[in-house]
Design a protein around this ligand. Structure first.
Ligand SMILES: Nc1ncnc2c1ncn2[C@@H]1O[C@H](COP(=O)(O)OP(=O)(O)OP(=O)(O)O)[C@@H](O)[C@H]1O
Ligand SMILES: [Mg+2]
Length: 248
């Protein structure tokens, strides 16, 4: 699993919280890691206290590749690099739309960065766009946080349906439960039956925790300031589970 993405059609489900903590955990486990913040909101960039990317115009794949390469920044944690968010990403879809092989351009660009890292992890914006399709085709594993609610279940069904219609490899979809409240009956019921429908469902569960929300104040991954809390242990277990999956 060399290229991973943190992705969901739905917003506010824990994609960025996963991306920053998984990036940190991977690096802690000795993997040279690159976190690519693909969301113009730039939340992952903010959490790592990295300045925004230099402005560059994305006209084609070459300018995208060059822009990404020129914007690789070291984080405060050796072994973990970040490519900060760029408002120019809002043009991604327009630019991609005018290109040949418009669904696989990101994969081509990431090929160039691959030799320098053990893992490249993308934090994605919500929604399903041409950029998302590029993410699907570039990723060995697509990590999908699922809050155990009816709408999250529906969003996962939509995503799996899209993969089927587009002939994308469904085994790359790796949903997992996020922001779980064990006392919530609906959470428990959905957790009991949803994984059976998705062979790639990960076993690790991220609990709802105020410790995670404090990342906004601390501006660093939870794993960097609260190593032993329940949520930190859960992120580390998720990282171990991902590392244990077969793959390149
Ligand atoms: N396990 C958790 N427990 C409690 N709060 C959480 C947890 N995970 C994330 N949050 C909080 O929920 C909010 C949304 O999380 P996050 O930004 O990771 O979601 P997202 O899917 O990346 O959102 P967006 O779609 O806007 O990019 C944030 O305020 C975050 O601090
Ligand atoms: Mg986010």
């Amino acid at each position: 699993m060399k290229i991973l993405s943190s992705y969901s059609i739905k917003g506010g489900v824990g994609k960025t919280a996963l991306a920053v903590n998984l990036a940190f955990a991977l690096r802690e486990a000795g993997h040279r890691t690159l976190l690519l913040d693909l969301d113009p909101q730039g939340a992952a960039t903010f959490y790592f206290r990295v300045g925004s990317a230099e402005k560059y115009r994305i006209r084609d794949t070459d300018s995208l590749a060059e822009g990404l390469r020129n914007n690789i920044r070291e984080s405060d944690f050796p072994g973990l690099d970040i490519i900060p968010s760029n408002l120019g990403y809002r043009r991604f879809d327009i630019v991609l739309d005018g290109m040949k092989k418009r669904r696989s351009q990101l994969r081509r660009v990431l090929e160039e960065l691959k030799p320098d890292y053990d893992v490249i992890l993308m934090d994605c914006p919500p929604n399903i766009t041409l950029l998302s399709e590029n993410v699907f085709r570039a990723s060995d594993g697509i990590l999908v946080p699922i809050i155990p609610t009816v709408l999250s279940r529906r969003a996962l069904e939509q995503l799996a349906g899209f993969f089927k219609d587009e002939n994308l490899p469904r085994e790359t979809l790796r949903p997992f439960f996020s922001m779980v409240q064990k006392r919530n009956k609906m959470h428990r019921e959905i957790m009991d039956d949803l994984p059976a429908a998705y062979p790639g469902f990960l076993k690790s569960v991220i609990p709802f925790s105020a410790d995670v929300e404090k990342m906004g104040l601390r501006r660093m991954p939870l794993l960097a300031y609260s190593k032993a809390c329940e949520a930190a242990r859960a992120y580390r277990a998720l990282c171990d589970e991902i590392l244990s999956l077969a793959g390149p």
